[in-house]
Design a protein around this ligand. Structure first.
Ligand code: 9Z3
Length: 389
Protein backbone atom coordinates (compact mmCIF):
# COMPACT_ATOMS: atom_id res chain seq x y z
CA UNK A 1 0.00 0.00 0.00
CA UNK A 2 1.62 3.24 -1.10
CA UNK A 3 -0.84 5.60 0.64
CA UNK A 4 -2.78 4.04 3.47
CA UNK A 5 -5.97 5.87 4.46
CA UNK A 6 -5.84 8.05 7.54
CA UNK A 7 -6.73 5.94 10.53
CA UNK A 8 -7.30 7.15 14.02
CA UNK A 9 -8.23 4.69 16.74
CA UNK A 10 -11.77 3.81 15.67
CA UNK A 11 -13.60 5.82 18.31
CA UNK A 12 -12.17 9.04 16.83
CA UNK A 13 -13.01 8.45 13.19
CA UNK A 14 -14.55 11.62 11.74
CA UNK A 15 -18.27 11.87 12.09
CA UNK A 16 -20.46 11.53 9.07
CA UNK A 17 -21.19 15.26 8.48
CA UNK A 18 -17.46 15.98 8.13
CA UNK A 19 -17.06 13.15 5.67
CA UNK A 20 -20.04 14.59 3.80
CA UNK A 21 -18.35 17.99 3.63
CA UNK A 22 -15.19 16.42 2.23
CA UNK A 23 -17.22 14.54 -0.38
CA UNK A 24 -19.01 17.73 -1.36
CA UNK A 25 -15.70 19.43 -1.88
CA UNK A 26 -14.38 16.57 -3.99
CA UNK A 27 -17.55 16.78 -6.06
CA UNK A 28 -17.19 20.55 -6.37
CA UNK A 29 -13.56 20.28 -7.49
CA UNK A 30 -14.39 17.57 -10.01
CA UNK A 31 -17.06 19.91 -11.45
CA UNK A 32 -14.43 22.48 -12.36
CA UNK A 33 -14.18 22.58 -16.15
CA UNK A 34 -10.86 21.18 -17.36
CA UNK A 35 -10.11 24.41 -19.26
CA UNK A 36 -10.17 26.49 -16.05
CA UNK A 37 -7.09 28.76 -16.23
CA UNK A 38 -4.36 27.88 -13.71
CA UNK A 39 -4.79 31.25 -11.95
CA UNK A 40 -8.42 30.47 -11.17
CA UNK A 41 -7.43 27.07 -9.87
CA UNK A 42 -4.87 28.71 -7.57
CA UNK A 43 -7.57 31.14 -6.38
CA UNK A 44 -9.99 28.27 -5.72
CA UNK A 45 -7.37 26.32 -3.75
CA UNK A 46 -6.64 29.49 -1.76
CA UNK A 47 -10.33 30.13 -0.98
CA UNK A 48 -10.79 26.56 0.07
CA UNK A 49 -7.70 26.40 2.31
CA UNK A 50 -8.32 29.71 4.07
CA UNK A 51 -12.02 29.02 4.68
CA UNK A 52 -11.43 25.45 5.89
CA UNK A 53 -8.51 26.28 8.21
CA UNK A 54 -9.46 28.78 10.93
CA UNK A 55 -7.29 31.91 11.36
CA UNK A 56 -5.13 32.29 14.49
CA UNK A 57 -6.93 34.05 17.32
CA UNK A 58 -4.56 37.03 17.22
CA UNK A 59 -4.78 37.62 13.47
CA UNK A 60 -6.87 40.79 13.71
CA UNK A 61 -4.61 42.25 16.37
CA UNK A 62 -1.51 41.38 14.32
CA UNK A 63 -3.01 42.87 11.16
CA UNK A 64 -3.73 46.13 13.01
CA UNK A 65 -0.13 46.29 14.29
CA UNK A 66 1.30 45.42 10.87
CA UNK A 67 -0.88 48.02 9.13
CA UNK A 68 0.29 50.75 11.48
CA UNK A 69 3.93 49.68 11.09
CA UNK A 70 3.76 49.52 7.29
CA UNK A 71 1.96 52.88 7.01
CA UNK A 72 4.50 54.51 9.31
CA UNK A 73 7.48 53.36 7.23
CA UNK A 74 5.71 53.87 3.93
CA UNK A 75 5.14 57.53 4.87
CA UNK A 76 8.89 57.83 5.56
CA UNK A 77 9.58 56.29 2.12
CA UNK A 78 11.61 53.59 3.84
CA UNK A 79 12.25 50.08 2.60
CA UNK A 80 10.54 47.36 4.57
CA UNK A 81 11.22 43.65 4.73
CA UNK A 82 8.89 40.93 5.92
CA UNK A 83 11.09 38.15 7.29
CA UNK A 84 9.52 34.79 8.08
CA UNK A 85 11.49 32.69 10.52
CA UNK A 86 11.41 29.41 12.46
CA UNK A 87 9.47 26.19 12.10
CA UNK A 88 5.75 25.67 11.61
CA UNK A 89 3.89 23.02 13.61
CA UNK A 90 1.37 20.51 12.27
CA UNK A 91 -1.24 19.90 15.01
CA UNK A 92 -2.70 16.40 15.27
CA UNK A 93 -5.65 17.48 17.42
CA UNK A 94 -7.83 20.63 17.38
CA UNK A 95 -7.32 20.99 21.13
CA UNK A 96 -3.66 20.37 20.52
CA UNK A 97 -1.68 18.13 22.82
CA UNK A 98 0.52 16.66 20.08
CA UNK A 99 1.99 18.16 16.97
CA UNK A 100 4.66 17.50 14.36
CA UNK A 101 7.48 20.03 14.29
CA UNK A 102 10.72 20.61 12.42
CA UNK A 103 14.30 21.48 13.28
CA UNK A 104 14.38 25.23 12.61
CA UNK A 105 15.53 27.40 15.51
CA UNK A 106 15.09 30.65 13.56
CA UNK A 107 18.81 31.44 13.36
CA UNK A 108 18.68 32.42 9.68
CA UNK A 109 15.70 34.71 10.16
CA UNK A 110 16.89 36.38 13.37
CA UNK A 111 20.41 36.94 12.02
CA UNK A 112 19.14 38.25 8.69
CA UNK A 113 16.87 40.69 10.55
CA UNK A 114 19.93 42.30 12.17
CA UNK A 115 21.61 42.67 8.77
CA UNK A 116 18.51 44.21 7.20
CA UNK A 117 18.18 46.69 10.09
CA UNK A 118 21.84 47.60 9.62
CA UNK A 119 21.09 48.25 5.94
CA UNK A 120 18.28 50.66 6.88
CA UNK A 121 15.25 48.43 6.35
CA UNK A 122 12.27 48.37 8.70
CA UNK A 123 11.78 44.72 9.68
CA UNK A 124 8.50 42.95 10.19
CA UNK A 125 9.58 39.72 11.84
CA UNK A 126 6.99 36.96 11.49
CA UNK A 127 8.43 34.21 13.62
CA UNK A 128 7.61 30.96 15.34
CA UNK A 129 6.69 31.72 18.95
CA UNK A 130 9.72 31.30 21.26
CA UNK A 131 12.19 30.86 18.37
CA UNK A 132 15.32 33.04 18.17
CA UNK A 133 14.82 36.80 17.94
CA UNK A 134 17.13 39.47 16.53
CA UNK A 135 19.63 40.72 19.14
CA UNK A 136 18.43 38.57 22.05
CA UNK A 137 19.56 35.51 20.05
CA UNK A 138 23.15 36.36 21.12
CA UNK A 139 22.19 35.57 24.70
CA UNK A 140 19.61 32.83 24.59
CA UNK A 141 18.50 30.59 27.43
CA UNK A 142 20.05 27.46 25.88
CA UNK A 143 23.32 28.02 24.02
CA UNK A 144 25.20 31.08 25.33
CA UNK A 145 22.95 31.26 28.37
CA UNK A 146 22.53 34.93 29.32
CA UNK A 147 23.27 34.19 32.98
CA UNK A 148 26.82 33.20 32.05
CA UNK A 149 27.48 36.76 30.86
CA UNK A 150 26.46 38.41 34.14
CA UNK A 151 28.04 38.89 37.50
CA UNK A 152 27.15 40.55 40.77
CA UNK A 153 28.03 44.25 40.85
CA UNK A 154 28.29 46.69 43.72
CA UNK A 155 25.38 47.16 46.15
CA UNK A 156 23.44 44.12 45.04
CA UNK A 157 23.36 45.16 41.35
CA UNK A 158 23.88 42.88 38.35
CA UNK A 159 26.35 43.85 35.61
CA UNK A 160 27.89 42.28 32.51
CA UNK A 161 31.17 40.46 33.08
CA UNK A 162 34.09 42.68 32.08
CA UNK A 163 35.22 40.45 29.21
CA UNK A 164 31.69 40.39 27.73
CA UNK A 165 30.55 43.94 28.30
CA UNK A 166 31.88 45.44 25.03
CA UNK A 167 29.95 42.99 22.87
CA UNK A 168 26.90 43.14 25.11
CA UNK A 169 26.85 46.94 24.98
CA UNK A 170 27.10 46.82 21.18
CA UNK A 171 24.14 44.41 20.92
CA UNK A 172 22.16 46.37 23.52
CA UNK A 173 22.63 49.65 21.62
CA UNK A 174 21.56 48.12 18.31
CA UNK A 175 18.52 46.57 19.99
CA UNK A 176 17.53 49.81 21.75
CA UNK A 177 18.01 51.79 18.57
CA UNK A 178 15.78 49.44 16.54
CA UNK A 179 13.14 49.52 19.26
CA UNK A 180 13.23 53.26 19.90
CA UNK A 181 13.01 54.09 16.20
CA UNK A 182 10.12 51.63 15.72
CA UNK A 183 12.16 49.68 13.16
CA UNK A 184 11.26 46.19 14.31
CA UNK A 185 7.84 44.60 14.70
CA UNK A 186 7.68 41.06 16.14
CA UNK A 187 4.66 38.91 15.22
CA UNK A 188 4.56 35.28 16.42
CA UNK A 189 2.86 32.25 14.88
CA UNK A 190 2.77 28.57 15.88
CA UNK A 191 1.09 26.26 13.37
CA UNK A 192 1.34 26.02 9.60
CA UNK A 193 -2.16 27.44 9.20
CA UNK A 194 -1.40 30.37 11.57
CA UNK A 195 1.68 31.05 9.48
CA UNK A 196 -0.17 31.00 6.15
CA UNK A 197 -2.98 33.24 7.41
CA UNK A 198 -0.47 35.74 8.82
CA UNK A 199 1.71 35.66 5.71
CA UNK A 200 -1.22 36.29 3.38
CA UNK A 201 -2.58 39.17 5.45
CA UNK A 202 0.78 40.91 5.89
CA UNK A 203 1.80 40.39 2.24
CA UNK A 204 -1.48 41.99 1.13
CA UNK A 205 -0.91 44.93 3.47
CA UNK A 206 2.53 45.41 1.90
CA UNK A 207 1.09 45.84 -1.60
CA UNK A 208 1.17 49.67 -1.57
CA UNK A 209 4.94 49.54 -0.92
CA UNK A 210 5.51 48.13 -4.42
CA UNK A 211 9.15 47.17 -4.96
CA UNK A 212 10.13 48.92 -1.68
CA UNK A 213 8.57 45.90 0.04
CA UNK A 214 10.75 42.81 0.30
CA UNK A 215 9.49 39.38 1.36
CA UNK A 216 12.23 37.13 2.70
CA UNK A 217 10.78 33.71 3.37
CA UNK A 218 13.20 31.89 5.66
CA UNK A 219 10.64 30.01 7.81
CA UNK A 220 10.77 26.22 7.57
CA UNK A 221 7.32 25.58 6.15
CA UNK A 222 5.66 22.19 6.64
CA UNK A 223 4.86 20.40 3.41
CA UNK A 224 2.19 18.15 4.96
CA UNK A 225 -0.68 18.69 7.37
CA UNK A 226 -3.85 17.14 8.82
CA UNK A 227 -6.85 18.88 7.23
CA UNK A 228 -9.43 20.04 9.79
CA UNK A 229 -12.17 17.67 8.59
CA UNK A 230 -9.97 14.73 9.55
CA UNK A 231 -8.61 16.19 12.76
CA UNK A 232 -9.69 14.84 16.13
CA UNK A 233 -11.23 17.50 18.38
CA UNK A 234 -9.80 16.01 21.57
CA UNK A 235 -6.58 14.38 22.60
CA UNK A 236 -6.06 11.19 20.62
CA UNK A 237 -6.55 8.24 22.96
CA UNK A 238 -4.10 5.39 23.19
CA UNK A 239 -6.65 2.91 24.59
CA UNK A 240 -10.36 2.46 24.04
CA UNK A 241 -11.15 2.69 27.77
CA UNK A 242 -12.91 6.04 27.38
CA UNK A 243 -14.85 4.72 24.42
CA UNK A 244 -16.48 1.92 26.43
CA UNK A 245 -17.32 4.44 29.16
CA UNK A 246 -18.91 6.78 26.61
CA UNK A 247 -20.96 3.94 25.15
CA UNK A 248 -22.21 2.49 28.43
CA UNK A 249 -22.06 5.48 30.79
CA UNK A 250 -20.72 3.02 33.34
CA UNK A 251 -17.56 4.25 35.07
CA UNK A 252 -16.68 0.69 36.08
CA UNK A 253 -17.00 -0.83 32.63
CA UNK A 254 -13.86 -2.19 30.99
CA UNK A 255 -13.23 -3.12 27.35
CA UNK A 256 -13.83 -6.83 26.71
CA UNK A 257 -10.60 -8.81 26.31
CA UNK A 258 -11.29 -9.46 22.63
CA UNK A 259 -11.97 -5.75 22.07
CA UNK A 260 -8.58 -4.89 23.54
CA UNK A 261 -6.67 -7.46 21.58
CA UNK A 262 -8.20 -7.35 18.12
CA UNK A 263 -5.51 -8.42 15.68
CA UNK A 264 -5.82 -7.83 12.00
CA UNK A 265 -4.44 -10.89 10.24
CA UNK A 266 -3.80 -8.94 7.06
CA UNK A 267 -1.68 -6.48 8.89
CA UNK A 268 1.93 -6.21 7.77
CA UNK A 269 3.08 -5.78 11.37
CA UNK A 270 0.84 -7.90 13.56
CA UNK A 271 2.88 -7.64 16.76
CA UNK A 272 0.82 -4.64 17.88
CA UNK A 273 -2.94 -4.60 17.34
CA UNK A 274 -3.82 -2.08 14.69
CA UNK A 275 -6.47 -0.58 16.98
CA UNK A 276 -3.65 0.49 19.32
CA UNK A 277 -1.45 2.14 16.73
CA UNK A 278 -1.69 5.66 15.49
CA UNK A 279 -1.54 5.84 11.71
CA UNK A 280 -1.23 9.41 10.50
CA UNK A 281 -2.11 10.30 6.94
CA UNK A 282 -1.16 13.82 5.93
CA UNK A 283 -2.34 15.91 2.99
CA UNK A 284 0.06 18.16 1.08
CA UNK A 285 0.02 21.82 2.15
CA UNK A 286 -1.04 23.79 -0.95
CA UNK A 287 1.84 25.69 -2.53
CA UNK A 288 0.94 29.34 -2.10
CA UNK A 289 4.08 30.94 -3.50
CA UNK A 290 2.28 31.43 -6.83
CA UNK A 291 -0.61 33.20 -5.05
CA UNK A 292 1.92 35.33 -3.16
CA UNK A 293 3.82 36.34 -6.28
CA UNK A 294 0.77 36.95 -8.46
CA UNK A 295 -1.91 38.05 -6.06
CA UNK A 296 -0.90 38.96 -2.54
CA UNK A 297 2.13 41.10 -3.26
CA UNK A 298 2.58 41.31 -7.03
CA UNK A 299 5.12 44.13 -7.03
CA UNK A 300 7.08 43.06 -3.98
CA UNK A 301 10.61 41.70 -4.19
CA UNK A 302 10.33 38.05 -3.22
CA UNK A 303 13.17 35.91 -1.90
CA UNK A 304 12.40 32.30 -0.95
CA UNK A 305 14.63 29.68 0.62
CA UNK A 306 14.90 26.10 -0.55
CA UNK A 307 16.01 23.51 1.95
CA UNK A 308 17.24 20.05 1.01
CA UNK A 309 19.37 17.34 2.55
CA UNK A 310 20.52 15.74 -0.72
CA UNK A 311 23.25 17.90 -2.30
CA UNK A 312 22.66 16.44 -5.76
CA UNK A 313 19.18 17.96 -6.10
CA UNK A 314 19.51 21.31 -4.29
CA UNK A 315 20.30 23.59 -7.23
CA UNK A 316 17.84 21.81 -9.49
CA UNK A 317 15.03 22.20 -6.95
CA UNK A 318 15.90 25.86 -6.38
CA UNK A 319 15.90 26.59 -10.14
CA UNK A 320 12.64 24.67 -10.52
CA UNK A 321 11.01 26.77 -7.81
CA UNK A 322 12.22 29.98 -9.46
CA UNK A 323 10.93 28.92 -12.90
CA UNK A 324 7.62 27.83 -11.47
CA UNK A 325 6.84 30.89 -9.35
CA UNK A 326 8.73 33.54 -11.32
CA UNK A 327 9.95 35.47 -8.29
CA UNK A 328 13.28 37.19 -7.78
CA UNK A 329 15.65 34.93 -5.90
CA UNK A 330 15.82 31.45 -4.40
CA UNK A 331 18.46 30.88 -1.77
CA UNK A 332 19.31 27.20 -1.59
CA UNK A 333 20.79 25.58 1.49
CA UNK A 334 21.46 22.12 2.86
CA UNK A 335 20.52 21.10 6.37
CA UNK A 336 24.09 20.05 7.22
CA UNK A 337 25.96 23.04 5.76
CA UNK A 338 23.36 25.81 6.03
CA UNK A 339 25.30 27.77 8.64
CA UNK A 340 28.20 28.55 6.33
CA UNK A 341 27.17 28.15 2.71
CA UNK A 342 24.19 28.96 0.53
CA UNK A 343 23.60 29.17 -3.19
CA UNK A 344 21.85 32.13 -4.84
CA UNK A 345 19.70 31.14 -7.81
CA UNK A 346 18.20 34.06 -9.72
CA UNK A 347 16.67 34.54 -13.18
CA UNK A 348 19.13 34.79 -16.05
CA UNK A 349 22.21 34.52 -13.82
CA UNK A 350 24.58 31.65 -13.01
CA UNK A 351 24.26 29.99 -9.61
CA UNK A 352 26.30 31.87 -7.05
CA UNK A 353 27.65 30.17 -3.95
CA UNK A 354 28.32 32.28 -0.88
CA UNK A 355 30.41 30.85 1.92
CA UNK A 356 31.64 32.08 5.24
CA UNK A 357 35.38 31.52 5.48
CA UNK A 358 35.26 29.38 8.61
CA UNK A 359 33.64 25.99 8.76
CA UNK A 360 33.10 23.31 11.38
CA UNK A 361 35.94 20.87 11.01
CA UNK A 362 35.17 17.53 9.44
CA UNK A 363 32.13 18.69 7.47
CA UNK A 364 32.82 18.84 3.76
CA UNK A 365 31.55 21.67 1.60
CA UNK A 366 28.90 20.73 -0.91
CA UNK A 367 29.43 23.68 -3.25
CA UNK A 368 31.20 22.84 -6.52
CA UNK A 369 34.52 24.59 -5.93
CA UNK A 370 34.90 26.22 -9.36
CA UNK A 371 31.47 27.79 -9.35
CA UNK A 372 32.17 29.78 -6.22
CA UNK A 373 32.40 33.46 -7.00
CA UNK A 374 32.77 34.79 -3.53
CA UNK A 375 34.11 33.15 -0.44
CA UNK A 376 32.97 35.71 2.07
CA UNK A 377 30.06 36.22 4.41
CA UNK A 378 27.27 38.32 3.00
CA UNK A 379 28.31 41.92 3.42
CA UNK A 380 25.40 44.15 4.47
CA UNK A 381 26.86 46.92 2.32
CA UNK A 382 26.32 44.73 -0.75
CA UNK A 383 22.57 44.86 -0.12
CA UNK A 384 20.61 47.56 -1.98
CA UNK A 385 20.93 51.03 -0.51
CA UNK A 386 18.13 52.01 1.84
CA UNK A 387 16.19 55.20 1.18
CA UNK A 388 17.68 58.24 2.89
CA UNK A 389 16.15 58.73 6.33
C1 9Z3 B 1 15.37 27.70 4.97
O1 9Z3 B 1 15.83 27.01 4.10
C2 9Z3 B 1 16.21 28.29 6.09
O2 9Z3 B 1 17.45 28.71 5.62
C3 9Z3 B 1 16.40 27.29 7.26
C4 9Z3 B 1 17.16 28.00 8.36
C5 9Z3 B 1 15.05 26.83 7.78
C6 9Z3 B 1 17.21 26.08 6.79
P1 9Z3 B 1 17.59 27.81 10.94
O3 9Z3 B 1 16.24 28.35 11.34
O4 9Z3 B 1 17.40 27.16 9.47
O5 9Z3 B 1 18.62 28.89 10.83
O6 9Z3 B 1 18.01 26.66 11.81
N1 9Z3 B 1 14.05 28.02 4.98
C7 9Z3 B 1 13.09 27.59 3.98
C8 9Z3 B 1 12.65 26.20 4.17
C9 9Z3 B 1 11.39 25.90 3.40
O7 9Z3 B 1 10.48 25.41 4.00
N2 9Z3 B 1 11.34 26.17 2.11
C10 9Z3 B 1 10.28 25.68 1.28
C11 9Z3 B 1 10.80 24.47 0.55
O8 9Z3 B 1 11.99 24.11 0.67
C12 9Z3 B 1 9.92 26.71 0.24
S1 9Z3 B 1 9.22 28.18 0.90
O9 9Z3 B 1 10.00 23.85 -0.20
Amino acid sequence: SSRSPFRLPFQQCPRQPDRQKADNLTAMLSDIPSETPPNNLAALAEDHYFSANPPPKDLEKHVALAREFINYHSAANRRLVLITSGGTTVPLEKQTVRFIDNFSAGTRGATSAEYFLEAGYAVLFLHRQFSLLPFSRHYSHATDCFLDFLREGPNGSVVARDEDSAKMLHVLRKYRDARDRNMLLLLPFVSISDYLHELRSVAQLMRPLGPRGLLYLAAAVSDFFVPPDRMSEHKIQSTNAADVFKRTGDANSRPAAEEEETFDNFDSSPSVPRSKRLVIDLDPVPKFLKNLVEGWSPQGMIVSFKLETDPTILVHKARYSLDRYQHHLVIGNLLSTRKWEVVFVSPGAPDRWIRVPFRKSGVASTAPALETEKDEPLDPKSLPEAEPE
